[in-house]
Design a protein around this ligand. Sequence first.
Ligand SMILES: NC(=O)c1ccc[n+]([C@@H]2O[C@H](COP(=O)([O-])OP(=O)(O)OC[C@H]3O[C@@H](n4cnc5c(N)ncnc54)[C@H](O)[C@@H]3O)[C@@H](O)[C@H]2O)c1
Length: 251
Amino acid sequence: MGRLEGKTIVVTGGGQGLGRAFAEHIAREGARVAIAEIDGAQGEKTAQALRETGAEVYAYQTDISSTSSLENLAAALRERWGGIDGLVNNAAIASGIGGKRFDEIDEATFDRVLKVNIKGTWLAIRALVPLMRERGKGKIVNLASDTALWGAPVLLHYVASKGAIIAMTRSLARELGEYNIAINAIAPGLTLTEATATVAPGRHKLYVEGRAIQRQQLPEDVTGSVVFLLSDDADFITGQLLAVNGGFVFN
Ligand SMILES: NC(=O)c1ccc[n+]([C@@H]2O[C@H](COP(=O)([O-])OP(=O)(O)OC[C@H]3O[C@@H](n4cnc5c(N)ncnc54)[C@H](O)[C@@H]3O)[C@@H](O)[C@H]2O)c1
């Protein structure tokens, strides 16, 4: 029996990269999965591929920075499954934004990164917590990043957004405890995904050489921790940050 048998889990940004790897592993553990992805075609493609393995996976075209889009998602989930058991806040602007110093980043990009990564995470939680309350229990896993722990340079807007995720996770843990909803964050290190293919080779080298376990980090290095935090084994863990990075930085 899988570790998430009978559960329904939403993965935002699950069309590609880490989100797709989370959706795959979560489905393999027996859960039904909803992929809430802004790129509707990519979300559907991933859902279709997972359905071919026998999993119950549906894609919903969703923009986490839009309240009305999330309201539509919540209504569709309520109609299909009644409630949900977990939410992985994975969607973020994570690619193509690095390499500029603090005084070179333009204001529009800074605002956009914070709007999606911080406000979008809050809006997704606000829209979907009622569906967990119906179940009397729930789990939320937020994607932070170890860039916020070691202070990665030339990525200020992103690093600031991931620091905010850590702080929000702690604050929300105190508000959601009364509903028996646990919320935690994970901080992966630089992981090989579509988004990090454009990261300078020197940065990849810096990460590998700085790790206690000196190799590249793969999506499957991260998925197990998310499955654990969604599972009943983690019922009494909340407000925590788990650094999943091969020992690049210790939390
Ligand atoms: N890959 C890494 O090295 C790494 C390291 C630490 C943390 N993370 C975090 O993990 C998560 C996934 O990273 P990734 O490397 O897979 O990035 P990615 O860019 O490949 O995936 C992000 C996904 O989110 C979707 N998305 C973007 N904006 C959205 C919106 N407004 N609404 C809904 N979906 C939206 C994208 O279409 C994409 O499918 C991000 O939160 C990222 O910050 C990644």
